[in-house]
Design a protein around this ligand. Sequence first.
Ligand code: B12
Ligand code: SF4
Length: 493
Amino acid sequence: MSRPPVLDPAVPAGPIQPRYALLINPFYPKDPNASFGKHVLTPTLALTSFAAATPEHWQVQYWDENLLDGRPPFAVMPEVVGITVHLTFAKRAFELAQWYRSRGSKVVLGGLHVLSCPEECAPYADSLAVGDGVQIWPRILADVESGCLRSKYVATYESDYRQDPAPRRSLLPRRSFLTTTSLIATRGCHNRCGFCYLATDGLRMPYRMRDPNQIAAEFLADTQPYAVFIDNNLGSNREYLRELCQALQPLNKIWSAAVSIDVTDDPTLIRAMALAGCTGVFVGFESLTDENLIDARKKTPKTADYSRRVLMLHDNGIEVNGSFVLGFDHDRKDVFTRTADWIEANRLECATFHILTPYPATPLFRQMEAEGRLLHRDWALYDTAHAVFRPKNMSPEELERGYAWIYQRLFSHASIWRRRPADWRAVAPYLAMSYLYKRSNRFWRLLIKHHLVHAAWRPLVELTRLRHVQFRAQLAASETPSRQGANVVPAGV
Ligand code: B12
Ligand code: SF4
């Protein structure tokens, strides 16, 4: 889980096959502090979204290096290789690009890192795709066919989102993910936090929504019991979320999503989410210190009110995976114990930690650069598991030690037990989820390697769905919420 497959320079490549495109999600090392299971929970939509815009006479293949199937195919060489690039795996993406280019394929690089650092990516590509791939990809393939591929294609995110085709999920290896149903209903967010990639210079991403019925149809078509919404913030537009819930409710399926905690401003919306099958939310609390949130320009309720809001979610049977950023300017050395204590006191079923990371071309990056606090620009370490800047109130080493410590504490038997749900009927599924998800990294490696991820999870997911269908029938029949909803699937990415 820490090294990519070797790209042997001596390996001879096969002939180029015209009208064959290979799409690659490059390898990235997995943080041993966190769960390996998270990486096969649900696939990124980066490649399948624009793959859906491929003309019919092109053959497309999907290859995710993180599924441990060895190096990407080369016996028959693709005419075009499309690679998605994030800063943490940019180096691997460039290695792949060089390997395929030197054997005659045309390489197109796209994704977040191409948007924020195009000059760095350009030398490794025949062409750069900056922005929305759904609009760019068919243009690129047409230009390859007519022999006039340009070095750069640019598209904004301002088109009508309802016109996009559904992601081409049929390309995905179904056995390798807990669910292949990564859904995306909206793009953008009503916030623009200074540390978020949405604040990247030049990225204009107005809040765009697909038709709720399109989403319900995609969910049905992929025939999985469970979907993960990978939207930045599914709760940004509450009226939209309510309509989406109405469209999802009749499906009798389960799902999780990332939302900001202000979604709990409206308790009736939380109930609507539960009735529509929401079993878990991934909430970016970021910090328990108001000053940090003000500095980050995050519009959010006061941290003193977080507990009441978590309880509202729990009361509707919705599990909470809290996401916390460590290393803000008002964080002192006690931030780790304070955060862990709060998570346990509020019985968060799951928590995800990130060391504050200034992504290039964001306001936070500019601030750190101006203050001379960046330690280096080795993007591979900009993975939120390493301190890449000098924190105000501790050393970078203390920040990294604290990060490792808080994961160890939250994954310990004692902490798992302390956070068990208040409703005894929910305890067994919670324990199963905790142990499978967090304490089985060795086991995950085997499941991934032998394509058993889906087979191992499927019965548990189906069981969770059945329990949830019963739970929501009870919830619908009563005015007062019951806490009993419990699930074995982790609450979102
Ligand atoms: C699903 C997901 C995951 C999954 C799968 C990751 C994977 N790479 O396989 C899991 C859970 C494993 C994961 C893990 C992590 N993730 Co993640 N993840 C996401 C998430 C929620 C959705 C990605 C997605 O499908 N987006 C939708 C697609 C359609 O958008 P897109 O990628 O921008 O692609 C479009 C264009 O960019 C373009 N395009 C993209 N690639 C290409 C290629 C070509 C050839 C072309 C033509 C076009 C093109 O076309 C697409 C359609 O318009 C995003 C947040 C988000 N909503 O985007 C975070 C996000 C990508 N993750 C992030 C991070 C930090 C991580 C972690 C490092 C966190 C951690 N510490 O655990 C890890 C490690 C992964 C890593 N090293 O990259 C950050 C990245 C920040 C940055 N600036 O790079 C994001 C943006 C979250 C955030 N708000 O900060 N993640
Ligand atoms: S609320 Fe979340 S998704 Fe929205 S800008 Fe802030 S960090 Fe990004």
